[in-house]
Design a protein around this ligand. Sequence first.
Ligand SMILES: [Zn+2]
Length: 139
Amino acid sequence: MSKQPAKHFPVPTPETAPYWEACHNHQLLIQKCADCGKHQFYPRTVCSHCTGGTLEWAEASGRGEIVSYTIMHRAVSKAYAGGGVTVLALIRLEEDVQMMSNIIGCDPEQVCTGMSVEIIFEDWSDEISMPMFRPADQQ
Ligand SMILES: [Zn+2]
């Protein structure tokens, strides 16, 4: 018998550790540049807008809208085969940054561009919680 393949878990780096630590606490932190005031995602050592090096962590609202998406009917590997149909989406947050994530908590056929979504965290392990999104009108 072959061993069941494991899901790919993110491995925090010095740049991403504060982000993953916040996710573990079900809080979304993104970087904000102290020089130009703009937000960026994903975490980097310099600002992608002005190349400034003074980046702070700011709590994001966790709300945004779907810019684009695809519905995956086949799992990328056996480790994900139990998850059923998956919606992979590009989401623009209110802070004007874009994140790639999954849309959960609704029928995949109801997903559309422009749909308002909000963050919800899935606990994958004792250290890693994954940010996912669901339609914003759910509680
Ligand atoms: Zn900047």
